[in-house]
Design a protein around this ligand. Structure first.
Ligand SMILES: Nc1ncnc2c1ncn2[C@@H]1O[C@H](COP(=O)(O)OP(=O)(O)OP(=O)(O)O)[C@@H](O)[C@H]1O
Ligand SMILES: O=P(O)(O)OC[C@@]1(O)O[C@H](CO)[C@@H](O)[C@@H]1O
Length: 306
């Protein structure tokens, strides 16, 4: 089974305007509310690709109730922990020529709720995949992901971590199966701006020296580079298309990679399905659907396990 964990889910309020001006009333041309949060997005795209997963995380308040309902309707299985105080955040995604995002802080997660999540994770079995993705609320310590991987160590659970800075650095010694920083996040981890292919590969390898297995570096419209555990490097440009809203492109890429890997066992197919899923999301108002992903694949969909 695949599990995703989203510590700080959201409702994403996605709006489109011709232009955004501060200090005045702006009116939207288009608006929509979607379930959000990185792990949840991974679960939604996995479901669109025909892969079952269970989305774990925390929800609270009327927004949390709505999040559950929306995910139920979309056929995505959840096993959230309900918090009695606060409310699931609403993140605002503004498409006005440029993309601007305002992400909320989210509710406080008490110690008992974290313990409840640990108990759920204790039930994972050998061969399961666990995706940890996104920020954690400020009330929690920055070694949260490390504690989870430490607890799962030696149990044969394959972990995928899509996080930045300390959250990511701290988990490397547990040899995560896959990490997916974007080009800027990777540079940021070393206090640098990475521009060339060589610089990106060299820094991905530094993360492998610290314990990561496969490192997938996404580069938005420029595509992605996979530095595999055995040193193989796969790089490809992204498909060209009309970008509508790239929020969730990275999460879609993680979902596509995992689906491709589970469906074929091939890192190359996984990489290509990941790229197609990321681009299909960028070319849509929200997360990629199965058909739009298939349309961006090179070769027949069944050769990707779809
Ligand atoms: N403008 C674009 N055109 C084509 N493909 C894109 C575009 N933006 C993203 N993609 C695809 O999606 C993948 C992931 O995108 P990106 O690097 O923006 O991830 P990210 O920074 O983790 O995104 P997010 O945090 O919004 O989920 C890229 O490697 C590429 O395959
Ligand atoms: O605040 P975080 O946890 O870093 O990111 C949350 C978020 O921006 O990530 C997803 C896109 O990747 C959105 O659905 C969601 O609003």
């Amino acid at each position: 089974m695949i599990y995703t964990v989203t510590f700080n889910p959201s409702l994403d309020y996605v709006i489109a305007l011709d232009a955004l001006e501060t200090g005045r009333i702006n009116r939207t041309k288009k608006e929509h509310v979607y379930p959000g949060g990185k792990g949840i997005n991974v679960s939604v795209v996995l479901a669109n690709l025909g892969y079952d997963s269970i989305a774990l995380g925390f929800e609270a308040g009327f927004t949390g109730k709505m999040l559950r309902e929306m995910l139920d309707q979309s056929g995505c299985r959840t096993d959230f922990i309900h918090l009695n105080e606060g409310m699931t955040r609403i993140n605002v995604k503004i498409n006005a020529g440029k993309e601007t995002e305002i992400n909320g802080q989210g509710p406080e997660i008490p110690e008992e709720a974290v313990e409840e999540l640990y108990r759920k994770l204790d039930r994972l079995q050998k061969g399961d995949y666990l995706v940890l993705a996104g920020s954690i609320p400020r009330s929690l310590p920055s070694d949260m992901y490390e504690r989870i991987l430490g607890r799962l160590e030696g149990r044969g659970v394959h972990c995928i971590v899509d996080a930045t800075k300390e959250l990511l650095f701290n988990v490397l010694r547990y040899h995560p199966f896959l990490i997916k920083p974007n080009q800027y996040e990777l540079g940021d981890m070393f206090g640098k701006t990475l521009e060339t292919r060589e610089e990106i590969i060299a820094h991905a390898k530094l993360l492998q020296d610290m314990g990561a297995r496969h490192v997938l570096v996404s580069m938005a419209g420029d595509g992605a580079i996979l530095v595999a555990e055995d040193g193989t490097v796969i790089q490809e440009k992204a498909s060209e298309g009309d970008v509508k809203n790239s929020v969730g492109a990275g999460d879609s890429m993680v979902a596509g990679f995992l689906a491709g890997y589970l469906g074929t066992g091939s890192l190359e197919k996984a990489f290509r399905l990941g790229q197609a899923a990321g681009s299909a999301t960028a070319f849509a108002y929200w997360l990629a659907e199965r058909e739009s992903i298939k349309a961006l694949l090179d070769g027949p969909a069944d050769s990707y396990g779809l």
